[in-house]
Design a protein around this ligand. Sequence first.
Ligand SMILES: Cc1ncc(C[n+]2csc(CCOP(=O)(O)OP(=O)(O)O)c2C)c(N)n1
Length: 574
Amino acid sequence: MSDQRITVGELVAAFLEECGVRAAFGVISIHNMPILDAFGRRAAAAGARGKPAPIRFVPARSEPGAVNMADAYARVSGGLGVAVTSTGTAAGNACGAMVEALTAGTPVVHLTGQIEVPYLDRDLGYIHEAPEQLDMLRAVSKAAFRVRSPETALGTLREAVRVALTAPRGPVSVEIPIDIQATEIEIPASLAPAVVPVPQPVASELDALAERLARARRPLLWLGGGARAAGAAVKRLVDLGFGVVTSVQGRGIVPEDHPMSLGAFNLYGPVEKFYSTCDAMLVVGSRLRSNETLKYKLKLPRPLYRIDADPQSQGRCYTDDCFVAADSATAVAALADRLQGRIKPDATFARDLAATRAAAEKLVRDGLGPYERLVAELQRAAGRDFLWVRDVTVSNSTWGNRSLRISGPRDGVHALGGGIGQGIQMAIGAAIAEATTAISRGAALAAGGRKTLCLVGDGGLQVNIGELATLVQEQADVIVVLMNDRGYGVIRNIQDAQYGGRRYYADLHTPDFECLAQSIALPFQRVRDLAAVEGVLKDAMGRRGPTLVEIDMVAVGPFASVFAGPPVKTAATA
Ligand SMILES: Cc1ncc(C[n+]2csc(CCOP(=O)(O)OP(=O)(O)O)c2C)c(N)n1
């Protein structure tokens, strides 16, 4: 390679650095080696100057693992996630995790190789080719592109990043044939990323919305993940007297210990009753998903107003009385300007909201039985400032999604699309984001960043169990809390409730996690009696790097209430 020319692989690395990417995740292969070789060389060159790698590359054990890591990295850092896979089977492997990123609206760029251009799309039985790979990727992403020549590589990459970061955000795949990756090109004059457009509100629509909201005396905000960047503007509305409830994806936009927040306790009986006393709801950046609205039957306050960057959200899931299509931070700030000094909250609103929150929290707590102690000890050990990553397990559906309070909009990561087996990878991505970007606040950063707590079940953990080795390899600062009931607990509960107690296929042969942990040098603690959990957590919190804490649920005993799938509206509550 001459000084004036670089390979397309090197261009990819240099461009991603310009995009602010500080970590990428993937599995190396013949079909992506020019890219990963460039990451490695640039890291080595920085290391020789005593500098950290411009991009820390994390070798994952599987492609879904890599995409889940990139997804969580993006959610926690607020920037772009990058995953690199091979072509064919490897790109196919990535698809489940792409569905999660699509569901969550995470800006991830998935770079995949492709076979050499002369053989491509010719049905020659060429190794590693998947017919219609681009269509496959298109089906699980916001968009999928192919780099068709070395000269167009930068333009295609720029557009892919722009699309991923444009609201509503989402994952984008880019195929780069291996011969193109290895081709040398002139160094481009500029590697700057494209400008990401911010959808602006129509002023007259905001005026109309403000007129309506100014009349409300018990106004409630429902915040979703699309409002994550709107925290400062939301705070102004809360200071004016708005109450807040969030979706699980919107957690922490207002710190969950704020007196005007219902947290993510959004669908419980006392909360629905409270909704009926509110005289306006403004939904910002939320899909109002089935599992958070009792399949759209949860009675939300009326009138119902909505702000969303996606114009197609208008009237979706719930009819609305007024809709503004715009970036949430811009629109909420403009709304706060218009409402300044005009909201006169009802004298009992704050008190009623606090009582509602307490009643909903008690409902969940009462269902926990012995695990109430675990929740309390986790919160005590973690304090306010930690990352909270969860897989799909009964403990998350019941308490993990809401009871443990978080305080920042990017502090919570969960598998939004309901797919098990993504928790460990997401925890690695979250911890790497914490370690590689300056997202932490002051003192916490100086101390090496915040701890990541990760909640998984034994069934979910086994889906991508190889990523435990990645956890250790990267020394990710994660405490994994493994809720081990030796099988698919929620499936058993559903079988008991709906299939006459016929527990087919839900009992699993489960590893001895202590032996497993030992074999990969992963510090391990087993808890059989929750009286011991305080000491175990204190010890794990005091150490940097990963720890696996297994809660032996067979020894500890059952929950007080049985969870058998997402709640739906019953005849009693309809
Ligand atoms: C990718 C994927 N496969 C299958 C399922 C169906 N499923 C939902 S929960 C569950 C069991 C999870 O078991 P575990 O992680 O041990 O948690 P528990 O239910 O025991 O709390 C299964 C198989 C799913 N949601 N996602």
